[in-house]
Design a protein around this ligand. Structure first.
Ligand SMILES: [Zn+2]
Length: 347
């Protein structure tokens, strides 16, 4: 038998808790309704989606897929936001492909687009991981995450009270050589296009240091670092940036696989930074993915699969629940997101 065929079944007899519904109504601050995320939801009756969210206690849902073209944002606003304004928030984006053509006028143009998106009903700005990895300026040079030419975009977001959901980098192992020591080898074998081996890509820490400088330089802009501040493997680093920057928040989307294999550190981190952490799934409106997150946050179940798939795609390890205290759960499930994204109280 080859190692790739090995699918061991744990013989541990421990408690298995099925959490049908979360302890508090959930505000999912990081998710998608676009085509790439089991989407096509804009072609199905909205009631189907709402029923699915009701089943698992999701009261509000951030759809990061408003994009940057007129059509996409309008489609998402018309199909989701307008019929159910209290259930959905749609985020817009920046069209980096315009930079080479617009040259020095790019930032002014992009800030203007942000205003237009806000006027139409976008409630935040989503920055995809291409910034720092692929985005190029008019001279075909790679643009750093904290490039000062972009300052006007972040200042405009602050002025319009639009939070910036930012994802830079990716799992650290995606930047490492793809050899027998790479902990995401199996995932990269299935998705070679996810490898950002450095060189030719910039080193992981070059990108993350750029994120830290960006957040520090714009204290009036709210940044939400996607996927545990873009560095779930190193909660010391994320905690240090949270300590330094009151304008920095994080979401927990798509990283239980990292958090749940360092459960003592993660539990302390969640309790210490309970006011700065937002719930997020990033798995589309999938009920089973939500239930795994609830189990992870609420129970002390041990050594369970962090994915709805039989073999977890991010790595063949299992996770442990954090059994967070109720007041912490309340903040992470919805209070922090209400404060940040709906302005329910002063920041
Ligand atoms: Zn996402």
């Amino acid at each position: 038998m080859e190692l790739s065929q090995f699918k061991p079944v744990s013989k541990l007899i421990t408690r298995i808790t099925r959490v049908e519904k979360p302890l508090f109504p959930v505000f999912d601050a990081h998710n998608h309704l676009g085509l790439d995320f089991g989407g096509g939801w804009d072609n199905r009756p909205l009631s189907e989606l709402i029923d699915q969210l009701d089943q698992v206690g999701v009261a509000r849902y951030v759809d990061l897929d408003g994009g940057w073209g007129e059509d996409l944002l309008n489609t998402h606003l018309q199909h989701f936001k307008q019929p159910a304004p209290e259930r959905f928030l749609i985020f817009g984006g920046v069209d980096w492909s315009q930079w080479p053509e617009r040259g020095n006028a790019f930032t002014q143009w992009a800030a203007g687009r942000l205003r237009a998106q806000h006027d139409r009903g976008a409630e935040g700005l989503k920055i995809w991981k291409g910034l720092g990895l692929q985005v190029k300026d008019q001279h075909r040079n790679l643009v750093n995450v904290d490039d000062p030419r972009l300052d006007l975009i972040w200042e405009t977001a602050a002025e319009l009270n639009l939070p910036v959901m930012i994802h830079v980098g990716d799992p650290v192992a995606f930047f490492d050589p793809i050899d027998e020591t790479n902990e995401r080898w199996e995932e990269l074998a299935h998705h070679p296009e996810w490898a950002f081996t450095s060189p030719p890509y910039p080193p992981f820490m070059h990108i993350l240091d750029g994120l830290a400088r960006l957040v520090m330089r714009h204290p009036k802009t709210i940044f939400i670092g996607a996927h545990v501040g873009c560095y779930a493997e190193n909660l010391i680093w994320v905690g240090a940036l949270l300590d330094r920057c009151p304008n920095f928040y994080i979401d927990i989307s798509a990283r239980i696989g990292e958090l749940g294999r360092q459960p003592y550190t993660a539990r302390r981190f969640f309790i210490q930074y309970a006011d700065r952490i937002l719930f997020g799934s990033d798995m589309g409106p999938d009920p089973e993915a939500y239930r795994i997150l609830y189990r992870f946050l609420e129970t002390d179940d041990e050594y369970f699969n962090y994915s709805p798939a039989p073999l977890p795609a991010q790595g063949r390890w299992h996770v442990h629940g954090l059994y967070l205290p109720q007041d912490v759960l309340e903040k992470i499930y919805f209070r922090n997101a209400e404060r940040l994204l709906l302005g329910h109280q002063d920041l």
